[in-house]
Write a protein that binds this ligand. Sequence first.
Ligand code: C2E
Ligand code: CA
Ligand code: CA
Length: 393
Amino acid sequence: MTSISGSHLGLVELADYELLIDSLGSELADQIRIEFFNRLKQWIRTSDHSRTIDQHRCLVVLKGVDSSAALELATAKLHRLFEHPYDLFGDPTQIEIRVGFAKLEGKTDLHTALQQARKALRQARSQSALYRVFDGRHRDPVITEHRTIKALENALAQGELELFYQPKIQANFGNIIGAEALMRWHPLNSPVIPPGKFIAAAERSRIIRPLTWWAIKSAMARMSRWPDNISVSINIPPHLLLDDEILDVIRDMLDLYGVRPPRVILEVTENIMVENQQQMMTQLARLRKMGLKVSIDDFGTGHSSLTYFRNLPADELKIDKSFVTQMVKSQKDLAIVRAVINLAHNFALKVVAEGVEDQTTADRLKALGCDYLQGYLFDRPLPVEAFEQRYIY
Ligand code: C2E
Ligand code: CA
Ligand code: CA
């Protein structure tokens, strides 16, 4: 091979290929894959080296592209090639690609460069960017996640986690009937970190177990001081619902604090029913037998079929905020909201709308018969002291 030093190595992939197969079927996905390679061919110059490394990935050595300015020109061309949608049997379809680049310099061997390009590609993927370049200080998402989890373990031990509470309002009368406990991480001398920054990583690790048990204990300890007509909703990751320890944790807390079980609402996402349906049904039924309530969160976003509804051991549906925030503007979202409310009521379930941000939306929901409202219109999630000051004492 002629010298490749002073070049860039690029790992190019067709984005979300598995997802394309799932959503379009393998034949249509294959059309897109072929078009991906056709367009890519126009990018690769005869002086470059390229090799297809699997069905939807290709490795390219861009000879002579030795500076970031030169790389920028090359990626601009790539952008142009993939800019226009592909006509997939009359359906204009955007072809998304991701690229990870690494610079080939004097000492870098091809193997190391490939590893670096892989890391850059992972970053491009996680940021939904066309490309990323490995820069030496590159933070591998896997390492970042590992650090987050280590830091969370420490946070749990140091008492840096907090539950904020957001009121849940009765639509008809405007009075508070409960609150949702939402986790926050507050490192010493640093700003509060929202769950969007750490819950997903925690859920991929074992730390989610002690974290969830902590949330259950903390919420139940606090609510035991509140009036008996105020419930608290706690978010439970689906797989932990199947963990039999949850039964012991909750039973112990009910005993210790003398909280009436129906005041405790377990929020689980709709996706719980996708796998282990029978096992989930059984477990939800057990929890309800203990007197607890079950709420199906983010309803409308999952892939569940409506057939499971017949025997669903739940008390409440929460319409996902993506529909609620748009329902005044979008007829389609309004139709979904209306359908969910009717569906729930036909199965004797209560309905909560989350993400209620303005009065018009609240009025509409009330008129549609929605039972409970939650959202910024009433209050943001509040630190426990502020919540108690405003709603309890
Ligand atoms: P979620 O369970 O769907 O919680 C509702 C989210 O909507 C909360 O975000 C809340 O602050 C936000 N929200 C409330 N009212 C409005 C509104 O009017 N408009 C808009 N746009 N948003 C509103 P938050 O607190 O950042 O929590 C995000 C997610 O993190 C939660 O979504 C939940 O999935 C997860 N999470 C939060 N706390 C816990 C926890 O203790 N355990 C677990 N496993 N997950 C948690
Ligand atoms: Ca929730
Ligand atoms: Ca939700």
